[in-house]
Write a protein that binds this ligand. Structure first.
Ligand code: B12
Ligand code: SF4
Length: 467
């Protein structure tokens, strides 16, 4: 017998920081909907029997999966397992993958949430619970009796994030299943499935980004939400409310990770944030930003409030690739200036670098290395292979050129780098050695002694970090 209850499933690998699920859970819970959140963080440890008996016993009438492209196959498998034992439950998929390729996902799910889910998900739940027609809910796509897709318009984009309940870990309503068995999600799991031994708390103060880089999902989302301001920011008060809950609920938190695409917006917001955060939270924190939004004033304020790490996308040192292919702003001098500013204020930079790009030649790659020579040490490089996620501009550019990308976004293999690759090794060690050593390695790349030194620096770095 199905009940008026809902299950959300997070399949993010090795993670509980599923902000999509946490947000939707909070919205539904706030409306007194009977809802549970299940983490299945390790597909290899997924136990079909345990999962099926749980959903059968609880009789969820709606089961929602949050799906990124890398999670597509696991989502498909789970949906088949759900249908095998509770065929009448309504399975809905939402998240970035169904939002970009809804037709493909509708081959498996009963419905798809295209775009933001806060309003659409609750409307669907209310209608299913009261046996009402679900065919015309904004944001929900589904198939009619003739198997034709009903493509409803997206729900009205949110304009005030403060109206949403803030995320909070509701331990008794959260479950996890892995090789330790099926259980309530506890602090043990918070630690097990987070980076840095559960020291951190991850949240967003905004949605979206003012830019539309061709490899990033914002090149698609900014079109989907056309008309809405490109950055929607929560009030400082609202952000602090979430942080206070987090600190009181999760005792191990010593570090805050603001994972916004683009944390820095207006001067007024940053000033207020720094003042209040320093007074009421005072924990070290990290942000992501672009160099153009960083200046001496805000860096001094942010440092004083506790900023310790800034993640910045460089992607490539090649002006041609940045401008023509990645379609992003690139100001080499500004980057060098920001690097100095961060060094002076003892803030550690993490630079994102894209490797294995089908569009780059060695001349472009050399430009990245030449730029890395000039940046102030120490820094980290976060190195990713170019991945053409569905519907991004870069996916179209590759298609237009008839190039089959090396990386298949469905297989989560964007971290399977060729570790013997000279550029990969150079990018990884760049921020950990002096400018002189790095420059020596660059200018002597055909020399066996320099290559041996690079190899040894790289393997030492591998031992000390988990890049
Ligand atoms: C925060 C974040 C993370 C967090 C948490 C991810 C999460 N899902 O919560 C962490 C750090 C764990 C993470 C990890 C990774 N991430 Co990430 N991440 C983001 C980021 C910056 C924000 C996502 C977010 O939480 N937004 C806030 C929530 C509330 O909004 P939302 O996710 O859009 O969800 C809304 C709707 O989609 C919908 N919805 C979502 N799920 C569901 C489910 C149901 C049932 C319903 C009805 C609706 C619904 O309702 C939600 C509320 O409106 C996005 C970039 C972006 N702008 O979206 C990249 C992004 C999602 N990440 C991406 C990638 C590639 C990764 C990594 C592979 C990178 C890495 N460093 O290893 C890993 C692994 C992810 C994986 N294997 O799937 C890509 C995914 C591309 C794709 N097509 O799959 C994105 C889009 C960035 C990009 N490259 O453009 N990420
Ligand atoms: S600046 Fe960063 S978040 Fe913004 S569109 Fe470019 S890659 Fe995406």
């Amino acid at each position: 017998m199905l009940k008026n209850s809902v299950l959300l499933i997070s399949i993010l690998p090795d993670e509980h920081r599923n902000l999509s699920c946490l947000t939707l859970f909070s919205v539904a819970y706030d409306k007194n909907i009977d809802i549970e959140l299940l983490f299945l963080p390790r597909e290899k440890e997924y136990n079909q029997k345990t999962f099926q008996s749980y959903i059968k016993e609880r009789g969820f009438s709606i089961i929602g999966l949050s799906v990124t492209t890398g999670g597509f196959f696991f989502a498909k498998r789970l949906t088949m397992d759900i249908k095998e034992c509770v065929p009448n439950s309504h399975v809905i998929w939402g998240g970035i993958h169904p939002t970009t390729v809804p037709d493909e996902c509708l081959d498996y799910a009963d419905s798809i949430c295209v775009g933001e889910g806060e309003t659409a998900f609750v409307s669907l739940i209310e209608k299913v619970f009261s046996n009402k027609d679900i065919s015309n809910i904004p944001g929900i796509w589904l198939k009619d009796k003739e198997r034709q897709i009903i493509r409803n318009p997206i729900s009205t984009p949110l304009t005030n994030l403060d109206l949403l309940p803030v995320n909070r870990y509701k331990w008794p309503k959260f479950y996890v299943s892995d090789n330790e068995g099926f259980r309530n999600f506890s602090h043990h799991d918070y630690v097990k499935y987070s980076k840095h031994n559960g020291d951190g708390y991850t949240l967003m103060t905004s949605r979206s980004c003012p830019y539309s880089c061709s490899f990033c999902i914002n090149s698609f989302l900014n079109k989907l939400y056309a008309g809405r301001r490109h950055i929607l920011k929560r009030s400082v008060e609202n952000v602090l409310k979430e942080l206070k809950y987090a600190i009181s609920d999760i005792k191990s938190i010593k570090f805050i990770n603001f994972i916004d695409d683009h944390f820095l917006t207006t001067k007024e917001w940053t000033e207020e944030f720094c003042r209040v955060y320093k007074k009421e939270i005072a924990l070290p924190f990290m942000i992501r930003s672009t160099p153009n939004f960083i200046n001496q004033k805000n860096i001094i304020e942010l440092k004083d409030a506790g900023l310790v790490v800034v993640q910045i996308g460089i992607q490539t040192g090649s002006e041609r690739i940045n401008k023509e292919i990645y379609q992003r702003q690139f100001d080499r001098n500004k980057l060098i200036e920001v690097s100095l500013l961060l060094k002076q204020n003892k803030i550690k930079p993490i630079f994102d670098i894209i490797i294995q790009s089908e569009f780059e030649d060695d001349n472009d790659r050399d430009k990245t290395i030449e730029l890395l020579i000039e940046l102030e040490r120490p820094f980290e490089c976060s190195v990713f292979s170019l991945t053409a996620f569905p519907e991004t501009k870069i996916a179209y550019m590759l298609k237009q050129k008839g190039i089959i990308p090396k990386i298949n976004p469905y297989y989560n293999d964007y971290l399977d780098h060729d570790e013997s690759n000279w550029y990969y090794q150079m990018a990884n060690i760049a921020g950990t050695v002096s400018k002189e050593t790095f420059s020596y390695l660059y200018h002597n790349r055909n020399d066996q002694k320099a290559l041996n030194e690079l190899n040894s620096l790289f393997s030492n770095k591998r031992k000390t970090t988990s890049l």
